[in-house]
Design a protein around this ligand. Structure first.
Ligand SMILES: C[S@@+](CC[C@H](N)C(=O)[O-])C[C@H]1O[C@@H](n2cnc3c(N)ncnc32)[C@H](O)[C@@H]1O
Length: 207
């Protein structure tokens, strides 16, 4: 795992602390853009959320989707199950140990997970996501990134991140390109938060 869990950042292992920080940082509008403009959930969709954390994104999804969330953290999954167990299934699982069991999804997404895992594990995640998508399905990703011309504060935010594998857009794209997606669209956004922050989004389309 490429994640810093020591010092002040260790407190974020508690779901309540992580959720409180998200609220204080005002990440809701950014999450709303991710869901509405990039995930684009639709009625009845089968959705897999990789690195779901305490799963607050589920509040922005329609009620009638078939949702599964996985995360490495037992604490986050316990919190997600207690709060949203009536909305979906949650499992403690390493996304890098996903196996193709024949289950398929319309949409797979990861909000802020890839920058927590090293390159080999990321390649495995992309390979499995591609294999587990239905034809025309999409794997949608969102992660902080280092980009040319970004604000110095945005770069500092990326440096401070708990994830130790914040990458450049080209590096994220190269990892996604290791799986046989039909098309990969991407965007670098500097406008999603009230303070300067740079994020990289990808939509990887299954043939
Ligand atoms: C920045 S948090 C994002 C959480 C959540 N997606 C959200 O919307 O707030 C990154 C999450 O990825 C999870 N994670 C990191 N590595 C993982 C892995 N290999 N497999 C599954 N989850 C992982 C962490 O436990 C954490 O919950």
């Amino acid at each position: 795992m490429a994640q810093t869990t020591t010092g002040l950042r260790s407190i974020l292992s508690a779901a309540w602390a992580y959720e409180l920080l998200q609220t204080l940082l005002g990440t809701r509008p950014m999450r709303r853009v991710f869901v509405n403009d990039y995930v684009r959930p639709f009625k009845g969709a089968r959705v897999l959320d990789l690195g779901c954390g305490p799963a607050s994104l589920i509040e922005m999804l329609p009620d009638d989707i078939d949702y599964t969330g996985i995360d490495l953290s037992p604490g986050y999954i316990a919190s997600a199950t207690a709060k949203y167990g009536h909305r979906g299934c949650f499992h403690v699982m390493d996304a890098a140990s996903l196996r193709n069991t024949g289950e398929t999804f319309d949409i797979i997404y990861s909000f802020g997970m890839l920058h927590h895992i090293d390159d080999d594990r990321c390649r495995h995640v992309f390979e499995m996501a591609e294999a587990m998508l239905r034809p025309g399905g999409r794997y949608v990703t969102f992660d902080p990134c280092y980009a040319e011309g970004q604000h110095a504060f945005a770069r500092k935010i990326a440096d401070w991140d708990r994830g130790d594998a914040v990458r450049t857009p080209d590096q994220y794209l190269a990892l996604a390109g290791s799986a046989p997606f039909a098309r990969i669209d991407h965007a670098v956004r500097h406008d999603l938060w009230f303070l300067p922050v740079t994020v990289h989004l990808m939509e990887c389309l299954k043939r």
